[in-house]
Design a protein around this ligand. Sequence first.
Ligand SMILES: Nc1ncnc2c1ncn2[C@@H]1O[C@H](COP(=O)(O)OP(=O)(O)OP(=O)(O)O)[C@@H](O)[C@H]1O
Ligand SMILES: [Mg+2]
Length: 269
Amino acid sequence: MDSRMPRIMAVSSGKGGVGKTNFVANLALFYASLNKRVLILDADLGLSNIDVLFGLAPKYNLKHVLLGEKKLKETIVTGPQGVMILPASSGIRELTKLNDKHRLKLVSELDTFDMPFDIFLIDTGAGISDNVLFFCSAAQETIVVVTPEPTSIADAYALIKVLSRDFGEKQFRILVNTARSEKEAFDTFRKLAIVADKFLNISIDYLGYLPFDQNVKDAIIAQKGYIALYPNSSFSKHLGQVGRKLLELPQGKVKGNIQFFLKKALRVG
Ligand SMILES: Nc1ncnc2c1ncn2[C@@H]1O[C@H](COP(=O)(O)OP(=O)(O)OP(=O)(O)O)[C@@H](O)[C@H]1O
Ligand SMILES: [Mg+2]
């Protein structure tokens, strides 16, 4: 894999609390087990962040980079199995109101950022805030996590609607989380697919599903990463299927390195 052209995938959802962060963390661990170099951008303003999930306490984040106090490289923390995390959460708010000085700083930082990665995962947080939309539209793949609850489906639809209407996004990968059966997962996807087709005139793709598993919560408490603790569970099997499927997708839409992506997502450069 060409390290200058990593796979860049944004994981998002309409409604909060549907399992994005848990998915991103475990997907990262899965790719690490395949010897891929994984970088996670934690762009989530919520509380259950990647660093918490991995039991890390990053000292610095993008804010320190913007203030010129740290290099981008210096903010990266290493989690289990060498998974790297770029903590941005408390810096992201500032990124929406960058002044010229900040922009120049960020551009020069990005130009000298030379760490190689194969996979770049962005945990965008939920909803239709600018951050979520920018990250999704700049990534190669937009993964929308949805659960079988009607409100989750409705909010996923709202997110897809804005991304397709205002950002020209035409391709969405739908991951159904906490499904009780394969049928429930596919029915959830179908409900979304029908309205997307009818009202937005776009087709969405079924990426797969992750079953509901009570142990997921325990693994979070243990801060170990679920798939490491329960490698033979149904959840881990499905996660592996989804992870492999994502790797098989053509790297169609946007090609570029991490600098290209971040500049696009942050509207700088
Ligand atoms: N497949 C699953 N089975 C059981 N519980 C799950 C599953 N996936 C996630 N959870 C639980 O659901 C809760 C929310 O998960 P998570 O924090 O990953 O969601 P999120 O979408 O990132 O939330 P937020 O929008 O607040 O960032 C957590 O308590 C997590 O343990
Ligand atoms: Mg989260």
